[in-house]
Write a protein that binds this ligand. Structure first.
Ligand SMILES: *Cc1c(COP(=O)(O)O)cnc(C)c1O
Length: 523
């Protein structure tokens, strides 16, 4: 094969693969337009998306592994850190100013999960703890799952502090009471993803300052709120929750959420050089190049960070403020409209773009709307909202709900969303709560009667769980006699799956959702 032949062949096969990709993408939910109210954050400005794509093209091929070779990496990352630090009330090191105790440094990461993970790693290292020695993360139970993941990966213990089941709020005193000599990090959210609540950061900071070891970290997870709350109309003069509070040791903020950047960019801002560098990995103990990795990856793309930086620069403070104003207006209109739907209640807890909708228990049973049936019905009408399971805790469960993330583009389709929301509620009002897929009935009954213990299920090999879950998910529904899937496709609705999760203890639910994802993705 000559080189020209190869080039022609590659071009030809590539065109066909691209056409295939375009077809696959047509089947995905739309990432712009506002009809998907989670996962995607649409500014509504096609110009911004176009700029991000051009930035990624210019950054194409760079290896962010080594900023000493690719100097653009340090400049781009530095630009992102400087902008987000200033938005979140931090100050940088002053050139030639010697050590600056309050100075804030930053790492650009691949996403919120990585930022949170690195904050936990730094906390473990600053406290001089080893994996598995009991070092503990203290956080409200409503904190993002990334902190449970971090504990799992880093050999830390995660200790969730219960919240008030009605308000979703944690008492600062309860968080502080959980702090002991094993605590390496206390985490607050601004806001919490499932509830929209902004935790009492200032009060927690005050308590830590007054009574506890200064080495204990206080992380504010502003992955969602970091680039939207500072611009929220009317928030001027409200209580700070960010780096303006001296006792806050780190803050995470995602550029790929309200920074309106493509997926793949977040920032971790840490106070002081020691904490900042404590999450880095370095080694010279191998025969290759000296390794210093500030984040989890080795080789890493510059494309996402370059796109995020160009979007930040393009928007500017006035642009960001205007987009957030549109988001706030849409949120207000949605709350007002959804509140009029009989059988539902809107949990709109703090300023911010997150809403949760739950069942209104004050109306007679036959007028109630279950939020998961409602979510499924909204989905059938082209508006995707995200079902969240009830969460049990000793103080009383957080109710089943459906989550909506509001973005600037939502403002254009508020009327359509309210129309669909009303229609969907009319369709499912009075329906009994969802039940688990019928294929799970035997297992759930056996668990309930004690014929099977959770330990029996946990001891099953993964292949057995896989067979059981795939069979249950594709089993014919005895109610209507129609098979819900003749082939291996998973047809069970989210409402049924969440009903199963709500009935299982967490470690069993985890095995179930692993098998569920596998059944969807193993093709
Ligand atoms: C999205 C989110 C995260 C995790 O971020 P990813 O980018 O999905 O990894 C963490 N915390 C909160 C509050 C979030 O909303």
């Amino acid at each position: 094969m000559t080189l020209d032949d190869l080039a022609a062949r590659v071009q030809d096969r590539g065109e066909r693969a691209l056409a295939g990709l375009a077809r696959l993408r047509e089947a995905d939910p739309p990432t712009t337009g506002g009809r998907v109210l989670s996962y995607v954050y649409d500014s509504g400005l096609a110009e911004l998306d176009e700029l991000a794509i051009r930035a990624a093209r210019l950054a194409h091929g760079v290896n962010g592994l080594d900023p000493t070779v690719f100097a653009s990496v340090a400049e781009i990352h530095g630009g992102i850190v400087a902008r987000t630090r200033s938005i979140l009330g931090g100050v940088g090191p002053q050139a030639g100013d010697g050590p600056h105790t309050g100075a804030v440094y930053g790492s650009v990461t691949s996403g919120g999960t990585e930022s949170c993970l690195l904050a936990c790693l730094a906390a473990r290292e600053v406290c001089g703890r080893a994996p598995g020695d009991g070092g503990t993360i203290i956080a409200p139970v409503t904190v993002h799952a990334a902190f449970r993941k971090a504990a799992h990966l880093l050999g830390l213990r995660f200790q969730g502090v219960e919240v008030d089941p009605d308000s979703g709020r944690v008492a600062a005193a309860d968080l502080l009471a959980a702090v002991d000599e094993n605590t390496v990090l206390v985490v607050c959210s601004a806001p919490s993803y499932p509830t929209g609540v902004i935790d009492p950061v200032a009060e927690v900071a005050g308590g830590l300052e007054a009574e506890h070891d200064p080495g204990i970290g206080l992380h504010v997870d502003a992955c969602l709120g970091g680039l939207v709350l500072p611009f929220w109309p009317g928030s001027e003069g409200s209580d700070p929750w960010d780096l303006r509070i001296a006792r806050v040791t780190s803050v995470s903020a995602d550029l790929h959420k309200y920074g309106f950047a493509p997926k793949g960019t977040s920032v971790l801002l840490s106070r002081g050089r020691q904490r900042h560098r404590a999450s880095w990995f370095a080694t010279v103990d191998w025969p290759g190049y000296p390794v210093v990795n500030p984040t989890l990856s080795g080789s890493r793309p510059l494309e996402p960070a370059a796109a995020a930086w160009v979007v930040l620069e393009a928007l500017g403070e006035d642009g960001q403020r205007e987009l957030v104003a549109r988001t706030a207006r849409a949120t207000r209109r949605l709350v007002a409209g959804l509140s009029t739907i009989e059988g539902l209640t809107v949990l709109d807890r703090d300023p911010g773009p997150l809403l949760a909708v739950a069942c209104d228990e004050t109306v007679p049973e036959d007028r109630r709307v279950h939020p998961h049936h409602w979510a499924d019905a909204c989905g059938r009408h082209g508006i995707a909202v995200q079902a969240q399971p009830a969460y049990s805790q000793e103080r009383g469960a957080l109710a089943s709900s459906s989550h909506l993330t509001v973005t600037p583009v939502t403002d254009r389709i508020v009327d359509e969303i309210l129309h669909v929301g009303t229609l969907a509620a009319d369709e499912v009002r009075g329906m009994p709560a969802p039940v688990p897929p019928s294929g799970f009935a035997d297992v759930l009954d056996a668990l309930a009667s004690g014929a099977l213990s959770p330990a029996d299920i946990l001891a099953l090999p993964e292949d057995d769980i896989h067979t059981m879950v795939s069979a249950a998910l594709t089993a014919p529904d005895p109610d209507d006699g129609t098979p819900s899937g003749g082939d291996d496709r998973v047809e069970t609705g989210m409402a049924e799956l969440l009903a199963a999760i709500e009935r299982l203890q967490p470690d069993l639910g985890e095995r179930l959702v692993r098998a569920y994802l596998a059944a969807v993705t193993e093709i």
